[in-house]
Write a protein that binds this ligand. Structure first.
Ligand code: URA
Length: 212
């Protein structure tokens, strides 16, 4: 805008009583922090009843990669942070194995409040919470997604196919390439799945290295 026009515009605003202008927030972390605070009192689904903490997500707001799990568990509900329990500790090791730190990526879940007894989140709960995830993706604009486990995969790709079916393909969510692997909690239950999970991680790492 030419200087004169800008001066005239500001003059116009001043004359109409507008004395202050605010710059739109451009820091992604600040935006996410504000949204966390706004949504932390959400009552859109029954999961809010058992909520101690709303587990929005955490990590690098400018991350190339976003990791998406299923739902907070007991430790996450207490701490307000995703993947901090036993599955989270394994996830940290999985990341280190592909040269990543937790702080390199952004980690979140399909639903942000803990389902009672760690049951799978119901369809209505997932549907209520998905807009928060979509908004997180819009803000962070990751270049690659790693989807952890069957529930997250079936939710995002809107099907009832097996984990194997999901692992065999590269998917897209909101136009972003998405890779599916075992949920770390499943790997804790059955260590036979660790070798195929390691293969998935290596494929993911190769793509990640190309994109970052
Ligand atoms: N399992 C998940 O899917 N997410 C967490 O945050 C913790 C355990």
């Amino acid at each position: 805008m030419p200087k004169n026009a800008l001066r005239q515009y500001l003059e116009l605003l001043k004359n109409s009583g507008i004395k202050e202008l605010y710059r739109a927030e451009s820091n992604k972390l600040n935006i996410l922090t504000k949204l966390h605070d706004k949504y932390a009192i959400c009552t859109k689904c029954p999961l809010h009843v058992g909520r101690i903490r709303f587990v929005y997500g955490e990590g690098n707001a400018d991350a190339t990669a976003m990791l998406i799990g299923e739902a907070p568990g007991e430790q996450e509900n207490i701490s307000g942070r995703p993947f901090v329990g036993a599955a989270g500790q394994l996830l940290d090791k999985m990341l280190i194995a592909i040269n990543l730190q937790r702080s390199d990526v952004y980690i979140t879940n399909i639903v942000k409040c803990r389902p009672p007894g760690n049951r799978n989140p119901e369809a209505n709960e997932r549907l209520a919470c998905i807009p928060y995830l979509v908004e997180q993706i819009q803000i962070i604009q990751p270049k690659i997604l790693l989807i952890l486990g069957l529930v997250a995969a079936q939710t995002l790709f809107d099907n009832t196919n097996t984990l194997q079916w999901h692992r065999d393909k590269v998917h897209e969510f909101m136009g972003i390439p998405a890779y599916v692997t075992y949920h770390p909690a499943a790997l804790l239950r059955n260590s036979n799945w660790k070798p195929p999970a390691w293969q998935d991680l290596q494929v993911f790492q190769k793509e990640y290295e190309k994109l970052r």
